[in-house]
Each structure stands twice: as C-alpha cells, then as structure tokens.
Design a protein around this ligand. Sequence first.
Ligand code: K1U
Ligand code: ZN
Length: 168
Amino acid sequence: MALLNILCYPDSRLHKVATPVTTFDEKLRKLVADMLETMYEAQGVGLAATQVDVHQRLVVLDTSEERNQATVLVNPEITWYSEERVKGEEGCLSVPGIYDGVERAVAVKVKAADEHGQVRELEAEGLMAVCVQHEMDHLMGKVFVEYLSPLKRNRIKTKMLKAQKEDA
Ligand code: K1U
Ligand code: ZN
C-alpha cells in the first residue's frame, strides 16, 4: 500500500468532473487500498478519488468510531434525499484547518458498486449522510467552501495560498 498526495484548495484539479469507472481490476483495488490508507493516515472520515488527482467516480468512507468499517463507493449515485435538512460543521482534507457550516439532507440513499463490481443500495444518516454528499460534490469538482459567501471563500483562498507558500 502507499500514501497518496492530497490536492490542496485552490488547486484547479479539484474542479475536474470525474468519469465513471469501467474496469473492476487489481489496479482499481490497489487504488482503493491506497485511498483508505491515505484517509486513515490523514484522520479523515472520507476521501474522493478527485482529491488524490484521479478523476474517476470512486469514494472511500469510514465514519465509525473504531475506524474499522470502510465503505467503498464506485460510480455512486444518490437515489433519494430526505426532506429534512440540517446545517452542520464540515471540514475537508483538501482545505486543512478550515471548518464551516453547510446545509445538507439529514439522510440519503446511495446506489454504488464495491471494488469488485457488486452493486448495492445503502441508506446513510447523520455524519455518514453528510460525508456521502460532501464526497459526491468532490466527484463533480465542487469543494465545500463553494457553499460559503464569496468573502469567506476568498479569505480561505488567501490563507491557503499563504500557507502553501510558507511550506514550499
Ligand atoms: O472529503 C474530505 O476531505 C474528508 C472530510 C469528510 C467530511 C467530514 C465532515 C463533514 C463532511 C465531510 C473529512 O474527513 S474532514 C476531517 C475530519 O476528520 C472530520 C471532520 C468532522 C467530523 C469528523 C471528522
Ligand atoms: Zn473534502
């Protein structure tokens, strides 16, 4: 397994739209294993392939306390959103150190394949539902800061660019 580089906002590659996975092979399963290792190492609860500069419809998640319930979503599609919505704090591994409120559906149903091509539908609520919606946005090239005001977003952009300059 290997740790992958996570793209940091405002990298333009975070805005690419991912294309469907067409081949369920060992290369895909190695990418899944590497993404899980990267997500756990970064202490995230989710990671989209877009964030590691792979523009395919693939997401890994683990919102369990024990960090032992990995979920792999290949070609995910949200088939149902609850009417009830809630505004909660979100973070993003591509926007380190920034947390802000985003309104999302409280529950969703998502249809997706696993890394072997087996398709199933699962229902998510709470943090997992928020995480699924956040990761699906990544696959569409959208970063959570785009829900914030232009003023906040520009401040975040400036802060990120300054931190990246200092790190270089
Ligand atoms: O996509 C990502 O960058 C991962 C992101 C997922 C996410 C967390 C919380 C709300 C929405 C989406 C993270 O894992 S952020 C960091 C984190 O570990 C975390 C943040 C809030 C609650 C639990 C964990
Ligand atoms: Zn994110």
